[in-house]
Design a protein around this ligand. Structure first.
Ligand SMILES: [Zn+2]
Length: 578
């Protein structure tokens, strides 16, 4: 008995020192891996899809093929990953694969028409110079905006190209953005090249002239400059996937699935994320695409859900068009990953908190993640080749945004444009409906060929249904709509947006509802969730100039819209429950 007892003690002691040793060893591995870099790149062998579903919540998967995952992790993510005891192999970081001398950093050459030859990676300062140079050389069709600054104070720039840069006159608003993963670089150079081609081709090339005249094209070549220039402003050698806080920006967005919520990665929204969320809020993009590399595939929503998007047939059609065109101009074998170059995001691997799903769900947009090349950073002598494989698709894809059903929604009496919800009742789901946007009153409902019944509604107006709307591919079904106001005099509401209805806002759920001085005797209050569904409605009497407590703790975190109708004035405000 005594012997047994000693034996037991021996085992306990052995297990204890063993685990201390293992702990110590783990710390040493982590220290050495993260000694000279903030993130690492590695390969993991997995048994099945369930491993992928688990790991995508812990580390940042870049590719999943066969039984191998390629992924990135920062120190915190990797520490957590080690707890799951997968076999892994650390690989050279993709941002260091091409020798600095071979990156052609900043080597600008011009052709015989004095056009830049886009076969180099620009320094940060050259990037700024190109962007401001475009705007100053073509002021009539090009406008430069700074939509935010990064963690390290670099600029997030968006160029708007249109023959009406300062007016919203009801044309599709299209957005290209690249390199939110800072070490995925071909799209960065391609977007500068595309801007250059659109501006210099205007008035010369009929197709480009048509694009500039009939679309508003927004281009952000570099969504994560801190990552791209992690090695310093004069080189992209040492570029990182993550931003300067070590956060993967493509996992940092609110996720459509309420189980994942507004901060699915456990990080605060990064300055870069907030800048793009504000941009998407203020501009109603009909379609958008964000460029990556690491694979060769057109990846459409949803990334977060296994179920199909309501418009998955449309996605497959436009994806096929993009990829077939690439196949026509590219060499055999290029852009054939997954289903010959196309995949539904979830079918490849689940991404939670990605920008594609955020834009598609919360802003009623249509965003695709496009993987341009297996190599994160292309050799500079390949940049013009890959550009040639893709440029026709870049132009086609912008043109797709004017097809489907579109038109203008107005008040039947005043003729003024309205913000109305365009719903296809037996078709729309998961927030796939769209709104007409103000000030133009135009909406763009992209949809596959077919015959649809449409319902149009706006607060203060009788809803309207239109049956049998026929849509064909590559064509536009124009459907202008008039809504009849419900108030008999037909008096239009003046919409006020600069009166803070809720204070504080953002709120943790306990806030005050404020009433303007000039409120009428009655005030009708309504709160809508981000899908436009009314979730709270209250009526108040004789409250002008006062405020009342508003307890919203039963509502999920997220973005809401508040609306207060009093007299003929409508107050609107966006509110965040955090
Ligand atoms: Zn990426």
């Amino acid at each position: 008995m005594k012997n047994m007892f000693s034996l037991l003690w021996f085992f306990i002691l052995f297990w204890f020192t063993g685990s201390i040793y293992a702990q110590d060893n783990k710390e040493r591995i982590i220290d050495s891996l993260f000694k000279s870099s903030s993130e690492i790149y590695f390969r993991i062998n997995v048994q099945s899809r369930s491993d992928v579903d688990l790991l995508t919540k812990i580390i940042s998967i870049d590719d999943y093929k066969g039984n191998e995952i390629h992924a990135y992790a920062n120190r915190k993510e990797f520490t957590r990953f080690l707890g799951y005891h997968y076999n892994y192999t650390v690989l050279p970081h993709p941002g260091t694969l091409i020798k600095e001398a071979d990156l052609n950093m900043g080597k600008i050459q011009k052709d015989n028409k004095n056009q830049t030859i886009w076969n180099f990676y620009p320094t940060y300062q050259q990037y700024l110079n190109f962007m401001s140079g475009f705007a100053s050389s073509y002021p009539a069709i090009c406008k430069l905006d700074t939509i935010g600054t990064t963690v390290q104070g670099r600029l997030l720039l968006v160029l708007k190209i249109s023959d009406s840069v300062n007016v919203d006159r009801g044309v599709p608003q299209f957005f290209y953005s690249s390199s939110m993963h800072g070490d995925e670089l071909p799209g960065y150079v391609f977007m500068l090249h595309l801007i250059d081609s659109l501006l210099s081709g205007y008035g010369q090339n009929p197709r480009i002239t048509n694009l500039v005249n009939h679309y508003q094209i927004f281009i952000n070549p570099l969504a994560n400059p801190d990552g791209t220039y992690a090695g310093g402003n004069i080189t992209v050698y040492g570029a990182t996937r993550y931003n300067a806080n070590g956060v993967d920006l493509n996992r940092n967005y609110p996720d459509p699935d309420t189980l994942n919520g507004p901060h699915p990665d456990g990080n605060a929204w990064q300055p870069e994320t907030i800048a793009f969320m504000n941009l998407a809020d203020n501009t109603h993009f009909t379609m958008s695409m964000n460029f990556h590399s690491g694979s060769e595939v057109f990846n459409y929503p949803w990334d977060t859900w296994q179920r199909n998007h309501a418009d998955s047939l449309w996605w497959k059609f436009v994806g096929r068009e993009y990829v077939d065109t690439v196949h026509h101009y590219g060499p055999s074998g290029y852009f054939t990953e997954l289903n010959n170059g196309i995949t539904d995001g979830w079918a490849w691997y689940q991404v939670i908190g990605g920008r594609q799903d955020y834009t598609t769900y919360f802003t009623h947009g249509r965003e695709v993640t496009l993987e341009l090349s297996y190599d994160n950073t292309l050799l500079t002598n390949q940049l013009l080749n890959y550009w040639n494989y893709n440029v026709h698709s870049f132009l086609n894809y912008i043109e797709e945004s004017s097809y489907g059903i579109n038109g203008k929604v107005i008040d039947s009496i005043t003729g003024l444009p309205l913000r109305a919800k365009i719903l296809i009742p037996s078709h729309d789901m998961d927030s796939s409906f769209v709104y007409s946007s103000l000030p133009s009153g135009w909406y763009f409902r992209l949809i596959d060929q077919g015959t649809y019944n449409i319902t149009v509604s706006a607060p203060g107006y009788f809803p309207k249904s239109i049956a049998g709307v026929v849509v064909s591919r590559h064509s536009t079904t124009r459907l202008n709509l008039k809504l009849i106001p419900t108030n008999p005099g037909g008096i239009r509401n003046d919409i006020v947006r600069n009166f803070p209805l809720a204070f504080p806002n953002p709120t943790d759920g306990v806030t005050q509802l404020r009433f303007p001085e000039n409120s009428g005797t009655t005030a009708q209050f309504e709160m809508f969730n981000s899908s436009g569904i009314s979730v709270l409605s209250k009526q108040f009497e004789n409250v002008h100039g006062t405020s009342v407590p508003l307890d919203l703790r039963q509502f999920a975190k997220g973005i809401y819209f508040l609306r207060l109708q009093t007299g003929n004035t409508l107050y609107e405000e966006k509110m965040v429950i955090k």
